[in-house]
Design a protein around this ligand. Sequence first.
Ligand code: WTA
Length: 652
Amino acid sequence: MTTIGNNSGENLHTNEFVWSLKCYQALYRRSIDDPEGFWAEQASALTWEKTWDKVLDWNPPYGRWFKGGKLNASVQCVDRHAQSEKRHKVALYWEGETGDTRTITYNDLFIDVNRFASALKKMGIQKGDRVAIYLPMIPELITAMLACARLGAIHCVIFSGFSAQAIADRVNDSKAKLIITSSGGYRRGKILALKEIVDEAVTKCPTVEKVLLVKYTSHNPPINTEKDIWLSDILDGDGTYVKPESMDSTDPLFILYTSGTTGTPKGILHGTGGYLLYASKTMQWAFNPSQESIYWCTADAGWITGHSYLVYAPLVLGLTSVIYEGAPDFPAIDRWWQIIEKYRVNIFYTSPTAIRMFMRNGEEWVTKHDLSSVQVMGSVGEAINPEAWRWYYKYIGAENCPIVDTWWQTETGGFMISPCIGIQTYPLKPGSATFPMPGVDPVVLDSNGQEAGLNKTGVIAIRKPWPGMLLDVYQNAELYQKTYWSRFPGYYAPGDFSMKDDDGYWWLLGRADEVIKVSGHRISTAELEHAIVGHNAVAEAAATAKPDEVKGEAIVLFVILHAGSVGSTDQKKEIIKYMRTAIGTVATPDDVIFVDKLPKTRSGKIMRRVLKAVASGTPIGDVTTLDDQTSVEEVIAAYEELKAATTKSLQG
Ligand code: WTA
């Protein structure tokens, strides 16, 4: 392997670069020319109870990987390490927000997962059941996921920042019969009353039979003796063993809800063999961890990054990870750098929004810590802007560590386009995710579905199935086909704008649909609009986003109030509060603008571009392509009208 050296994009055409790229290309070519042979070879990295009959069963748009193969996810992550020389290797260093710590070896994890699985079994959980998990970032969150997997139950993790209503929507869609939560969690020194939020959700969830409670915070939440069970009351001793369920490779492992263009989030269903192989292989290729590496992914397990690269991939690979419960700026803005210094973290994976926040607070918080252990840095959630890239490169990586910019989605299960420093290194370009992962065959298409040339912006589409691909949208095959496979028949459509440059580097340029990215988290305008009209003062509303220096995008709501309601400052505050209760903190609007009218086309569709331009304070630009009878003059008039109403609302 070449040394990383100056990886910031200079010397793009040196011999070293050409040689490095050729090595990557050889592996990549093989993965594309013979995907089944390629993935069959890779699959020996997992421990199979029975090998597959068929590597890929491709029945478009459904790809089923390693059909006929049998394995259990918790065995891949825990048993096989606990039963090897890695038995006493640390799997997790956990750091609580209050400063509590726990060190968990693979053997400890094996004991914990078995005890948790036994408890779930006593509660009647079995293969195929859906179990909702609403926990803070404590080790029990990971244990609970793996315990479900051990029994063949499908876990459905709900981010602990979501509201009662958001929990209810997810639980009702998945028909979970159990919710696992805790007495609470810590966030910026305060206790998050998770149990109380679950109690409120459960009143709307007829399928939930029981609530399993992990004792964590010191406060005593209200207990409903009919429904609630303390985990500690039903845990067996250390020696308990629960035989792992023998799962088909194509059986579901989890459901994770994410935003699309509909009003309610959709349940992305992931499988077992293909998903685990894809997550772990892509992690190895992208980050090149060694068995001695200390790895830290700052994502919450409630998002896909947490599922794939905090829980499953590092554990499949038998690595040592750090997990941190709390806020990055608590008790001070250098908490993360303290953690890196304390655990001597080598591979650090975070988001551009976090980097921008640190950048804004000044590098003095970073430079007082010894971050010399860092070797590789990752980025995810949105394209990293060059300014943040350079700051990350300079202050966290001391101009000596590559930034692995990973482009992927909840649906893809693992990285799709990313530098692969585990295969070869090549110069990076700030803001480009570089090249596709082995097995991934992307193209840029124009609006007619034709391949766009180099340097032309279009939308990205994926030509071949890959092992990490979603199985389906949970119980909604129609939505699966429509969302991902109907835009360009024969291609998976991720919904991002993209461009491939002269050097073959890929640039991912943001969502082409109505999905907003707030601090890297996905939320759709439809979901926001669906929630806001539930407010009794709101007659109609439209959501859009404006650029934000730290968060990437910020939510802006245009609201028409019912006659009799006044667009006061208090009303704004009330609407903001309402959005947090209806969805969660992710949905907090930055601006609420009261208007009398929304810009609409002749056929009644909201003119999204007009909203966006006004919210962002930018000109309306080229409006000739609105696919409606509405004339350019009408669009411009609507733009001017909305702009004037906005100025008035913001002043008033
Ligand atoms: C965006 C997060 C550019 C993209 C793993 C994608 C990115 C959506 C990047 C998926 C990146 C994620 N560069 N854009 N490195 N990473 N995105 O499902 O728009 O929460 O479609 O998955 O995030 O968001 P999701």
